[in-house]
Write a protein that binds this ligand. Structure first.
Ligand code: AMP
Length: 451
């Protein structure tokens, strides 16, 4: 299937070409014709599948086909398209996609989210916009202050509906939907269809078409996953050691707490690894800056919490490090979905302490497979995993921070992590010998709670 067969206008086809897309992704092939036909849609698709273009392209096409005269279009003020999503970062990314795909069309768009002033958003809304991408909380503020008119919305999109549930937006969403005309097209995208998402879908969608492209663990195919067993209190040292050994760049690290993310980012920064933290306590300015610098390669490390990192679109991210395992196993899948995207292989390294046994077991259950284990020389856990590691362990090294080269991931050395393809350190070291997956290991809960 080619983009040209999807019934999109030349203006959109040339924008898609400018983005460097050759062929539509499966979600685009499945969703675009239905959206163009005006049908409601429920789509099970994760970030990384090309889902944004799957709704933005046909929505722009429908606006384009509405054949407004330029005068009529300019006279319109109220938005015709409303896209709801869970985080500011995702809103900014969707807006960026709308502007790229719509570069040859005259439509005006705006992202509405908190953490920045209301006034600039109000001014743009007054001048008129065609498409609004919004996070529910700030949109409700605008609705309460009557600075947005939703009475002309023809198309409503709920992106990452499951995450909006997780983040407690359901009541806000229902309030917003109540104020949108009933005669509309509604598109709902979600990585999973838990019962509460199904309930919502049933109440807001009319006779929807269902498409499903990526089951929740599909991206894992492209991610080389490795577990490194270590002690909880040695994790920061180990992260630093791995950076020093491999000279990693563009590495996304996940911590369970904001405090943990800050502490690790500082630690790396002090050691000369350019890094920043990304979490909910950061100002919008700091978050945007961190993301921008990370995307452009200025930062070697971005240390994030789950919520802050939700839906981040960083193309071809080589590596994700789980400094702490998430409590919710689905979050593991979301995290590693940042890498191995759009056909690129990535690697996901999880540092697992004895306290995280339960989470690791839950993750493996969810994915229906065991992850290969390893240890790094000088960082052997004191509380030994219950099962044998895949490779013989190196003898403890006298200097933890100066482990022998053979111990580095990716070399296939004695204490290298067991991986399926190349080991961690694709940037820093040659891929090692094939390493066999280990038997089961273990981990328990570390007791940290805040994201
Ligand atoms: P999304 O799932 O919308 O977050 O998209 C993930 C990434 O895939 C983004 O970087 C898009 O630019 C990219 N992408 C979307 N559609 C295509 C396509 N047809 N071919 C190649 N890359 C694409």
């Amino acid at each position: 299937m080619q983009f040209s067969e999807l019934g999109l206008a030349p203006e959109l086809l040339s924008a898609v070409q400018a983005e460097g897309y050759d062929i539509p992704t499966p979600i685009q092939v499945q969703a675009i014709p239905h959206v163009l036909a005006g049908r409601d849609l429920e789509a099970m698709a994760q970030t990384g599948t090309g889902k944004t273009a799957a709704f933005v392209l046909p929505i722009l096409q429908r606006l384009h086909a509405a054949a407004d005269t330029p005068l009529k279009r300019a006279a319109r003020v109220a938005p015709r398209v409303l896209i709801l999503c869970p985080t500011r970062e995702l809103a900014a990314q969707i807006l960026e996609s709308i502007r790229s795909y719509g570069a040859n069309l005259p439509f005006r768009s705006l992202a509405i989210y908190g953490g920045v002033g209301m006034q600039p958003q109000v001014q743009v809304l007054r001048r008129g916009v065609d498409l609004v991408v919004a996070c529910p909380g700030r949109l409700l503020d605008h609705m309460q202050q009557r600075t947005i008119d939703l009475s002309k919305v023809e198309t409503l999109v709920l992106d990452e509906a499951d995450r909006m549930f997780d983040m407690g937006f359901i009541r806000d969403i229902r309030k917003i939907v109540e104020r949108i005309p009933k005669e509309r097209q509604t598109l709902l995208f979600s990585a999973t269809f838990a019962p509460e998402v199904r309930d919502l879908a049933q109440t807001i969608l009319k006779n929807p078409v269902t498409v499903e492209v990526a089951r929740r663990n599909a991206p894992i195919e492209l991610v080389n996953q490795i577990v490194i067993n270590c002690d909880a209190d040695k994790k920061r040292d180990l992260v630093l050691h791995l950076f020093e050994q491999h000279g990693w760049h563009q590495t996304l690290l996940f911590c369970r707490t904001k405090h943990g993310a800050d502490a690790l980012a500082k630690r790396l920064q002090h050691a000369g690894v350019r890094s920043m933290a990304l979490h909910g306590n950061k100002t919008q300015g700091a978050r945007t800056k961190a993301l921008e610098e990370f995307k452009t390669g200025k930062l070697a490390a971005l240390v994030a919490t789950d919520i802050a990192a939700r839906g981040l679109d960083i193309v071809a991210l080589p590596r994700v490090i789980n400094v702490d395992l998430p409590n919710v196993p689905e979050d593991y899948v979301h995290r590693i979905g940042r890498t191995g995207r759009a056909g690129n292989e990535g690697e996901a390294i999880s540092l697992v302490s004895a306290e995280e046994r339960v989470q690791l077991r839950d993750i493996e259950r969810l994915m229906k497979k065991d992850l290969p284990r390893s240890v790094i020389a000088g960082f052997e856990p004191h509380d030994k995993p219950t099962s044998k590691p895949a490779v013989p362990r190196a003898a403890p090294h006298p200097s933890r921070n100066h482990a022998p080269r053979s111990a580095k991931p990716g070399t296939g050395g004695k204490s290298a992590p067991a991986g399926r393809r190349s080991g961690p350190g694709g940037a820093g070291g040659a891929a090692g010998k094939p390493r066999a997956p280990s038997a089961k290991a273990s981990g328990a809960h570390s007791g940290q709670r805040h994201r």
